[in-house]
Design a protein around this ligand. Structure first.
Ligand SMILES: C[S@@+](CC[C@H](N)C(=O)[O-])C[C@H]1O[C@@H](n2cnc3c(N)ncnc32)[C@H](O)[C@@H]1O
Length: 389
């Protein structure tokens, strides 16, 4: 039986069982087949993270990267329309691309998602070194980000975790039970909107009287400030310094708004991704275009939360599924080249789940590779199920 016949056998009731059963799915076959059954399934997917062939007019060892341009655009449009259909209302699509087809990819995605739902064009520094054989050495690629509905996505997208440097600004100089804090200015510009009750003398613990400098006012009225002093939210230092406002780490949103520059040092490069893959599969002819795990990790963390579904129909070496699995997301992936699927996509996922079973002995989550009853009849489908140990 051909994969397409097998997919036809998978009716919508059965597809919903994948979601209800919290299964992740790796499939050898054309991603379009999976998308055509998923589109009926009530928009369960939170993120599509895709890395299509870039149409660089090259034949790679593991896949063909050369198509006539119109065909490339048509195929991308068909796939992305189907992907949009299976996205959750606050979902997003992230697409890796380079300059070969960037312009056409942008126009195609604008057409599908609407210009108003364009979020960003992220620039990834894919290489830290220069290629001296070229006129101008290309050291970057892009990730185009579109929301299904930008206003909804704005409410749910995550910030990046604070950096070590940011966190190091929070200390607990007075052993406050609320934990580390950093201090902020207790005065602000005395512009319009300030009330007369924000200009007053304040006596420090040392007895010295202080006032805000000319052109500034206290941030709070005297009554409010007294309440905050009583709640140990104001810091007087040795007792004689200008008071400061304590901002507790546990109360502030310390995350960073993501920006569009993703450096190779922060998220890895094409070379670091190849090295990583080589360390997992030292015997195989290297897969030429893997993405670094840190890059994919950052995207998935911004766009999803634990247990959300991530889909990548262009599986390749399986980076998206491997990272999603490590981050406790569920995932759906397809790879149409049989050899690539059995040499890389599937073994990479098995490698991650096998390693996780050992790692996760101390955390309660336990992952097993199994054949789900529904999947058994589809010989080329593999499913991952989670269970708590
Ligand atoms: C750029 S590679 C993906 C690399 C991947 N992100 C990684 O980190 O290894 C694109 C892959 O998509 C596969 N592919 C292309 N068209 C496909 C389709 N319609 N369905 C499934 N896989 C497809 C190719 O065989 C190739 O392995």
């Amino acid at each position: 039986m051909k994969i397409s016949d097998e997919m036809k056998a998978l009716n919508i009731h059965e597809v919903n069982k994948i979601f209800e059963g919290e299964l992740s799915l790796a499939m050898h076959g054309n991603g379009q087949e999976l998308l055509s059954v998923l589109k009926e399934s009530n928009n369960k997917v939170k993120m599509a993270l895709i890395d299509p062939p870039y149409n660089r007019r090259t034949k790679f060892h593991h896949y063909n990267d050369s198509m006539c341009r119109d065909k490339w655009v048509d195929t991308l449009e068909t796939h992305c329309r189907l992907l949009r259909d299976c996205l959750h209302e606050d979902g997003s699509l992230w697409m890796h691309i380079d300059d070969a087809e960037m312009i056409r990819a942008r126009i195609t995605l604008d057409r599908i998602f609407g210009e108003k739902n364009f979020v960003a064009s992220i620039v990834w520094q894919k290489s830290l070194s220069r290629d001296n054989r070229t006129l101008i050495s290309a050291t970057h690629e892009y990730i185009l980000v579109y929301a299904k509905d930008k206003a909804l996505w704005k409410q749910t997208r995550n910030k990046l975790p604070p950096t070590e440097e940011q966190l190091s600004r929070y200390k607990n100089k007075d052993n406050d039970p609320r934990g580390p804090w950093t201090s902020g200015d207790l005065t602000a510009k005395a512009g319009p909107g300030r009330r007369a009750s924000q200009f007053y003398d304040l006596q420090l613990p040392s007895g010295r009287i202080v006032r805000p400098a000319t052109g500034t006012a206290w941030r709070y009225t005297k009554d409010r400030l007294d309440e905050m002093i009583a709640d140990n939210r104001i810091y007087f230092g040795s007792g004689d310094s200008m008071p400061r406002l304590k901002r507790f780490l546990c109360e502030v949103d310390a995350g960073l708004v993501p920006n569009t520059w993703w450096s190779g040092e922060e998220v890895g490069t094409a070379d670091s991704a190849k090295k990583h893959l080589k360390s997992i599969f030292p015997e195989l002819t290297p897969f030429e275009t893997p993405k670094p795990e840190e890059l994919v990790k950052r995207a998935i963390r911004i766009a999803t939360n634990e247990n959300d579904y991530v889909i990548d129909i262009y599986g390749g070496s399986g980076t998206t599924a491997a990272v999603a699995e490590k981050l406790n997301r569920r995932w759906l992936t397809t790879e149409k080249e049989e050899r690539t699927f059995y040499e890389f996509t599937l073994p990479r996922i098995k490698y991650v789940t096998n390693n996780r079973s050992i790692e996760s002995q101390s955390s309660r989550r336990f992952v097993t590779l199994c054949e789900h009853a529904l999947i058994k009849k589809l010989v080329k489908l593999y499913a991952l199920t989670r269970s708590n140990f």
